[in-house]
Write a protein that binds this ligand. Structure first.
Ligand code: ZN
Length: 195
């Protein structure tokens, strides 16, 4: 009789284990999907930021091109004065961003200086694709004189995902990466002394 009870109990363990495995699997699936959505949102935001900057500097086509270089599609574009307002769709995520053209409508915004524009177009030639440029998050501490170089359009920050592609060709295009550990997304025109 004791034996029979044990057998019956053992028989109940298997469905329980199966249930636990199924539940754990579902939890993992849900977590993965949430994580994927967060990544997609972040990528869409990056693409929208870069597209808005490009749009403000060079118009709608530039915004479309930069969004595409970042894996996104421009689903909305509007220019209001010197400001470009862009909506970008990437995967299932959408993001909006706005940026102002340099010198347009009483300051605010800073486009790349001619030396930087030249370096960026050299990189674009070397890589066969445009360089996505993102605005440094406001309030971010920039090491050394990095902030001053950003203000003068002599430094750009790129999406973190783009660093691996840019770093090998940067010096050939006249771009330096002076803070590879503390601010690795930051590239500036090599050898330019601030006044
Ligand atoms: Zn920077």
């Amino acid at each position: 009789m004791d034996e029979r009870v044990k057998v019956r109990e053992r028989g109940q363990v298997l469905p329980l284990v199966t249930l636990v495995i199924v539940v754990a699997g579902l939890v993992c699936l849900a977590a993965g999907r949430l994580g994927g959505a967060a990544v997609a949102r972040a990528q869409a935001a990056t693409a929208a930021d870069a597209a808005a900057l490009a749009g403000a500097a060079a118009g709608r086509n530039a915004a479309v091109e930069v969004a595409r270089a970042n894996g996104g599609t421009v689903t909305g574009y509007r220019e209001v004065g010197a400001e470009a307002r862009v909506e970008v769709e990437l995967g299932r995520a959408t993001a909006t961003a706005r940026a102002r053209a340099a010198g347009g409508g009483g300051g605010g915004g800073d486009g790349p200086a001619p030396a930087m524009r030249a370096a960026l177009s050299r990189v674009a030639q070397l890589l066969g694709r445009n360089v996505p440029v993102v605005a440094p998050p406001p309030g971010t501490a920039q090491p050394g004189d990095a902030g001053a170089r950003h203000e003068r359009g002599l430094a750009v920050d790129v999406p973190a995902t783009f660093v691996a592609a840019l770093a090998p060709v940067a010096s050939g295009a006249g771009l330096c990466q002076p803070y590879p550990t503390v601010h690795p997304v930051h590239f500036e025109v090599c050898g330019y002394r601030l006044p």
